[in-house]
Design a protein around this ligand. Structure first.
Ligand code: HPA
Length: 274
């Protein structure tokens, strides 16, 4: 697999600090206020992403900017806490950098978490939703420009962007744990402002069940590289056009923190069998 020079250099620097990367690592990228699963990693080693050459700077609140290597049970995990968002002004290829770095370190299975607004009125704030599909409304794409044929095809198929096997595994584990796991379509928007009631109504009409400002760029890059993807949204607020509450970052982070325990329980059950 071809990886651009920056990513290759960052992968080398990561290996110096983290030690040899075991085969079969699951990649994990955590969303706003959802980095607490790091505490579940054993044999943990870490490097600040600021120390990785070429790694774009994370500026978003609630995103620490750390690459961790550890294990959940016996399964090795490479976790990136501190994702980059388009709304920070990052180019789409920079937003995809972390996923490409994980792939460069040998990751074949990618688990993403995010904070999202629930659009389905049946959802509850603080609940979890497995992403079954997405709508990329960011107007951006990390694959713009000349295609790197060694990395993936010019026109990557997106008919199964989210791996059915991993989805079924997550559903089964949620059931075993007695956790409610909704399923739905994630609309990825540019942000940073939240939606107006009219935009919220439009998203629902388009077929979206949740809306957020991340994930779609990473999933496109991951599918281009042929990674299998599982994505879980933490529904930090309900975003309903006819009874919209004001949403603040503080409230989003507080609800994410409350749901983090459920998410950690789910992922610690899923990841060893991914
Ligand atoms: N809209 C967009 N992004 C979000 C939301 C929302 O309501 N909640 C958390 N991230």
């Amino acid at each position: 697999m071809y990886i651009n020079d920056d990513v290759k250099r960052a992968a080398e620097a990561a290996t110096v600090r983290l030690g040899p990367i075991p085969a079969g690592c699951v990649g994990l990228v955590t969303g706003t206020g959802l980095g607490g699963i790091a505490a579940a990693l054993t044999e943990r080693r870490e490097i600040a992403t600021a120390e990785l050459p070429g790694f774009p700077r994370a500026t978003a609140p609630g995103h620490a900017g750390v690459l961790l290597l550890g294990r959940i049970e016996s399964r090795p995990v490479l976790m990136l806490s501190g994702r980059l968002h388009l709304y920070e002004g990052h180019a789409p290829r920079d937003v995809a950098y972390g996923v490409r770095l994980l792939a460069g370190l040998g990751v074949k299975t990618l688990v993403l978490t995010n904070a999202a607004g629930g659009l389905d009125p049946h959802f509850a704030a603080g609940g979890l939703m497995r992403v079954t599909d997405h709508i990329n409304l960011t107007g951006r794409n990390p694959l713009l420009g000349p295609n790197d044929e060694g990395a993936g095809p010019r026109f990557p198929d997106m008919s199964r962007a989210y791996c059915r096997r991993l989805g079924a595994l997550a559903d089964r584990k949620a059931l075993e744990l007695g956790l409610r796991l909704e399923r739905g379509v994630y609309a990825g928007v540019l942000g940073p402002c939240l939606e107006t009631p009219a935009e919220t109504r439009m998203l629902r009409l388009l077929g979206a069940d949740a809306v957020g400002m991340s994930t779609v760029t990473e999933v496109i890059a991951a599918r281009h590289l042929g990674l299998d993807v599982l994505a879980i949204s933490c529904l930090t607020n309900l975003n309903l056009p006819d009874c919209m509450d004001e949403t603040t970052l503080e409230a989003v982070i507080a609800t994410a923190k409350q749901a983090e325990g459920d998410l950690t329980r789910l992922l610690t059950a899923v990841i060893p069998e991914c």
